[in-house]
Design a protein around this ligand. Sequence first.
Ligand SMILES: [Zn+2]
Length: 198
Amino acid sequence: MLNSSVLVLNRGFFPVHVTSVRRAFCLLYAGLARAINDQYETFDYPSWSALSVSAGNEAVGLVGRAVRVPRVVVLVAYDRVPRRNVRFSRRNIFVRDRNTCQYCGRPFPSSELNLDHVVPRSQGGKTSWENIVCSCVPCNKKKGGHRPDQAGMRLVSAPGTPRWSPEYAFSLRTPIHKEWVPFLNVIDFTYWNLELQD
Ligand SMILES: [Zn+2]
């Protein structure tokens, strides 16, 4: 339970992070964040820990008593969107390209997409944000070991380093708690097939 996920919002209620229950309690206790209930009311640590725990509430035992588990916390002072670097990973390339083949423009499940070197490695192409795109199997076959211009193909958009957005805070394994849904309207999370957790 202490390692399960909590959504972190900035002061403007924009999702900026996913953290653990343990870390969320640290933020609350330090006065850096407030917990949010299902009525969108915010609570500091003393008022949150004084809430009664009923049968339907998730709770943890802290210093000898049961305290409700917050599923969403809001940072008290932080009002920006993090200028965090997006890790160069297979999953994040899928996120950047929205699981769309960058040659034919059609969406595919991740399992049906390859990562393609735009300029093939055999022609000096690097493994970087600027040179890797999602490609479906037929487009990949058609392109073979060529550059797009050599294969008579065009990229849907020029690949580059993505700017951070909330999509990158989630991994495919991140369960979405129902308490998060009202705050995730900036994310098309059904698109990502993220698992909604009761
Ligand atoms: Zn394609």
